[in-house]
Design a protein around this ligand. Structure first.
Ligand SMILES: C[S@@+](CC[C@H](N)C(=O)[O-])C[C@H]1O[C@@H](n2cnc3c(N)ncnc32)[C@H](O)[C@@H]1O
Length: 233
């Protein structure tokens, strides 16, 4: 199954009906499991986001974003950030638990940029394009959320230097992931969490983490979903 999902030709089908059908089916099974053990209100929130067809994260992946952001919000000062917002699904989960902390949302809001050779040609330029105004409307009830449109890290120029407690990366590509790590790693508080989607699915994302942490003291923790996380020491 894993080898099948990691196949380059299968991955090229991403962004279409097959991805959303597969994700919905897989997530429905996961929601059944989560419903037996977790807070019904949280599961209902996540089911709602899936029903709106906004999320590219499975139910378990959504839960991990929610749970980590919640823990970081309770224990640490520092801002929250997400690079790779798309329709705002994972951003909404962070909004639900961040309290009054700032949340900075970075996206081209025009879809994926050019890929590098490390990405093995599985994506298309412009894939996952979704307008900024639609995301602003979707998240309008939450306070202290700022939007940074453009190619990251160029879109971070002018953003004030500040410490971060939680950073979520979901950009699908090698160069974007590496840029996230270079920008956020030195700014994370001790105990801060960097979480990335697609680490064990997309070759470019995994390679960016492997290269960046080769000379750092932190370990990249590979989760049973496609995600990985790093606690800043
Ligand atoms: C897979 S989607 C994000 C999914 C989203 N987190 C969710 O909740 O479903 C990837 C997003 O990353 C954005 N993106 C990729 N590389 C980027 C970069 N270098 N700068 C800004 N946005 C980027 C794309 O525009 C796209 O919206």
């Amino acid at each position: 199954m894993v080898m099948w999902l990691k196949n380059r030709f299968v991955q090229k089908l991403g962004g279409g009906w097959l991805e959303s059908f597969g994700l919905r089916t897989w997530s429905n099974l996961q929601f059944t499991s989560l419903s037996a053990r977790k807070d019904p209100e949280v599961i209902s929130l996540m089911r709602g986001i899936h029903a709106e067809k906004r999320s590219l994260l499975s139910a378990f992946e959504q839960y991990i974003v929610y749970s980590l952001a919640k823990a970081q919000s309770k224990k640490y000062d520092g801002a929250f950030a997400e690079v790779g917002v798309y329709k705002g699904a994972s951003a909404k989960l962070i909004c639900e638990v961040k309290g009054d902390k700032p949340l900075l949302l970075f996206d081209t809001f025009e879809g994926l940029p050019e890929a590098a050779a490390q990405d093995r040609e599985v994506h298309r330029v412009g894939q996952y394009a979704y307008g900024l105004e639609n995301v602003q409307q979707y998240l309008r009830e939450y306070e202290n959320v700022s939007y940074h449109k453009g190619l990251f890290p160029d879109s971070a120029v002018g953003v004030p230097e500040q410490p971060y407690a939680f950073a979520h990366f979901d950009v699908d590509l090698y160069e974007g992931t590496l840029a996230c790590l270079k920008y956020f790693y030195p700014k994370m508080v001790h105990g801060g969490v960097m979480l990335s989607h697609d680490y064990s699915l997309l070759a470019g994302v995994e390679q960016a983490f492997t290269e960046f942490f080769a000379d750092k003291p932190e370990e990249v923790i590979d989760l049973p979903t496609t995600q990985c996380l790093v606690f800043k020491l």
